[in-house]
Design a protein around this ligand. Structure first.
Ligand code: PBG
Length: 312
């Protein structure tokens, strides 16, 4: 009788429809490269992406977020806003074949620039406004391809307002923006940069991503993004910033997303493989804690595994 009683007084329940699965698309055919630092996560060519998304759909996961690695990188990240770029074509394919799957696109330049920065670089600086103009072009081409939600991840100033205006001017008045609103300059993104091949070739992202010591600043960043037109606000990473998720949710009462990032995933996988923790148990405890902190949706590389358990 103990377990049924516990279930009756349990406060938080994780559900499959809380999950968003991040995926990496690369050029080519029949490509499935496992990411060295992220066991179980693959760089996929478009055909393989489609197969994998069929599984995502079958498991009941409502949404994926796509990251693209282009054929060629250049100084200005042209691949990011090419109307026939890798993400634009992937979105077209997925929306044609699996229309019910929500397709979110990450809007950023770092995967597309030769220097790995999220914008246009001049000397030691990133040019904010010039970069934002390119992000607008990128977001509009994603919407034209059929993206259901665009998710700017750069953290430049004024980008939500500009992207909202750009989408509206092109007729995409119903395309919501999921803003990476409180994004910290974090060591936990290391494995992602293997997956997306987007490590900065010099310097770091501390000019625009947030100082891990700051909580008040997170509130200002989130507030600005809401005022500029964000429909969903995201806190990233998740586990080291559960306090921020809670504050954001309590203060703004907005649809709130949390990104359980690559380094969080890699740590669980590594410890699990060493037999140092019960991997499945720690994974579910982690996801539940993010939900308990106030997240309405969780971007996580554990999505497929967690969905299998939740469905069982
Ligand atoms: C930037 C972007 C990053 C992540 C998502 N979008 C990397 C960065 O800011 O360097 C990280 C996600 C993760 O670590 O899982 N396009």
């Amino acid at each position: 009788m103990r377990e049924p009683l516990r279930a009756m007084v349990r406060e938080t329940a994780l559900a499959v429809d809380d999950l968003i699965y991040p995926m990496f698309v690369v050029p080519g055919k029949k490509v499935r490269n496992e990411v060295r630092s992220m066991p179980g996560v693959f760089q996929l060519s478009m055909d393989e992406l489609l197969n994998e998304c069929e599984l995502v759909k079958k498991l009941g996961i409502p949404a994926v977020i796509l990251f693209g690695i282009p054929e060629h990188k250049d100084e200005v990240g042209s691949g990011a806003y090419d109307p026939h770029g890798i993400i634009q074509e992937s979105v077209r394919l997925l929306k044609k074949e699996i229309p019910e799957l929500v397709v979110i696109t990450d809007v950023c330049l770092c995967e597309y620039t030769s220097h790995g920065h999220c914008g246009i670089v001049k000397g030691d600086d990133i040019l904010n406004d010039e970069s934002v103009a390119l992000l607008v072009k990128e977001a509009v081409t994603h919407a034209e391809a059929g993206a259901d939600i665009v998710a700017p991840s750069d953290m430049f100033d004024g980008r939500i307002k500009a992207i909202r205006a750009g989408l509206d001017a092109n007729g995409f008045i119903h395309t919501p923006i999921m803003s990476y609103a409180a994004k910290y300059a974090s060591g936990f993104y290391g494995p992602f940069r293997d997956a997306a091949e987007s490590a900065p070739q010099f310097g770091d992202r501390r000019s625009h991503q947030m100082d891990p010591a700051n909580s008040e600043e997170a509130m200002r960043e989130v507030e600005l993004d809401i005022l500029e037109g964000a429909d969903v606000v995201m806190v990233k990473p998740a586990l080291p910033y559960l306090d921020i998720i809670r504050r954001v949710k309590d203060t703004f009462r907005m649809p709130t997303a949390a990104y359980n990032v690559s380094g969080e995933y890699a740590m669980i996988k590594a410890a699990g493989r060493n037999g140092w923790i019960d991997e499945t148990r720690v994974m579910m405890e982690t996801l539940l804690s993010i939900k308990r902190a106030g997240a309405d949706m969780i971007l996580t590389y554990h999505a497929m595994e967690a969905a299998k358990l939740l469905n069982a």
